[in-house]
Design a binder for this molecule. Structure first.
Ligand SMILES: NC(=O)c1ccc[n+]([C@@H]2O[C@H](COP(=O)([O-])OP(=O)(O)OC[C@H]3O[C@@H](n4cnc5c(N)ncnc54)[C@H](O)[C@@H]3O)[C@@H](O)[C@H]2O)c1
Length: 280
């Protein structure tokens, strides 16, 4: 299906790389003007660099190449004033804001009994408070326009529990609750709020060597391919391996388009059938 977002303005948080970059390019291809934010800080508990020099410029280049007008903003989703500044810049540039994708996220693995308070707090601050800040900053403009679509990026582990990941999982369950609460508040203003729940997606967040020892603690020779084989067999039900970010962008695009105008407070799972293992 193709979507026509001509005349719309979209904002993606964490658009410097990975899935956020893919969403930004998809919006540009669909005709939207695209703003994205990212930040250049780091956390001592993530096994991967949060952002690399050049990431932001590369997304900007790719969005422009996809035919879109692009506004790249450095802003940290943990800060409400920074998110309000970002929305202010977007509205100043294009006069409106129709779509906001709260995508920025971090992940690091520690069992609950050993998790440092700061690791817990950082993860909640980015993954959950960051989504709140995005909704809080974007919604007044959308209310004024009497319409808009906000998509929060949760996860398939926003619907189940797995080992070694309590802060991330709590944050992603929280995103679903927040999206439903915000959909109730914003529905009367024709502003929709939904979540997308990806499964294993091939980005730096998971393709960084962390997973083999977690999945196979007794096998020091375990590889990323072993993890993917396990995911094919025991997690996803369609053996497609780790999915490309574009698969998630397809769902984000649908929820951002008028084709979903009466869908709000919902979640869409993009997880090669992992949903088959959920209760509902
Ligand atoms: N990769 C997966 O398998 C997977 C699965 C389910 C959900 N997700 C979620 O998808 C979203 C995108 O992740 P990804 O896979 O593209 O990972 P990624 O690490 O490649 O991208 C995350 C982006 O968010 C940015 N970011 C982090 N903290 C930020 C902050 N405080 N302010 C602004 N930007 C910040 C990073 O710089 C990076 O550009 C995340 O919310 C993640 O939790 C990922």
């Amino acid at each position: 299906m193709t979507y026509n977002l001509d005349g719309k303005v979209a904002f993606v948080t964490g658009g410097g790389r990975g899935q956020g970059r893919s969403h930004a390019i998809a919006f540009a291809r669909a005709g939207a003007k695209v703003a994205f934010c990212d930040f250049t800080g780091s956390f001592d508990h993530t096994a991967y660099a949060i952002n690399r020099p050049g990431d932001i410029a590369e997304t900007e280049k790719l969005v422009n190449a996809a035919g879109g007008e692009c506004l790249a903003i450095e802003a940290d989703v943990r800060s409400l004033p920074e998110m309000q500044r970002a929305v202010g810049e977007i509205v100043e540039r294009w006069g409106r804001l129709d779509i906001a994708v709260a995508n920025a996220g971090i992940d690091s693995y520690t069992p609950v009994q050993a998790m440092a308070a700061q690791q817990w707090q950082d993860t909640i601050d980015v993954n959950l408070t960051g989504v709140f800040n995005t909704i809080r900053a974007a919604s007044p403009q959308m209310i004024e326009q009497r319409g808009g679509s906000i998509v929060g990026i949760s996860s398939s582990v926003g619907k189940v529990g797995t080992a070694n990941n309590p802060a991330y999982i709590a944050s992603k369950w929280g995103v679903i609750g927040l999206v439903k609460a915000a959909a109730a508040d914003l529905g009367p203003h024709f502003v929709r709020v939904n979540a997308v729940c990806p499964g294993y997606i091939s980005t730096e967040m998971i393709d960084n060597g962390t997973l083999p020892p977690l999945f196979f603690p007794d096998n020091p020779d375990a590889t990323e391919d072993d993890v993917t084989a396990y995911v094919n067999w025991a997690v996803h039900t369609i053996p497609a391996g780790r999915l490309d970010s574009e698969e998630v962008s397809n769902a984000v695009l649908f929820l951002s388009s008028d084709q979903s105008r009466y869908i709000s407070g919902s979640t869409i799972d993009v997880n090669a059938g992992w949903s088959a293992r959920f209760t509902a």
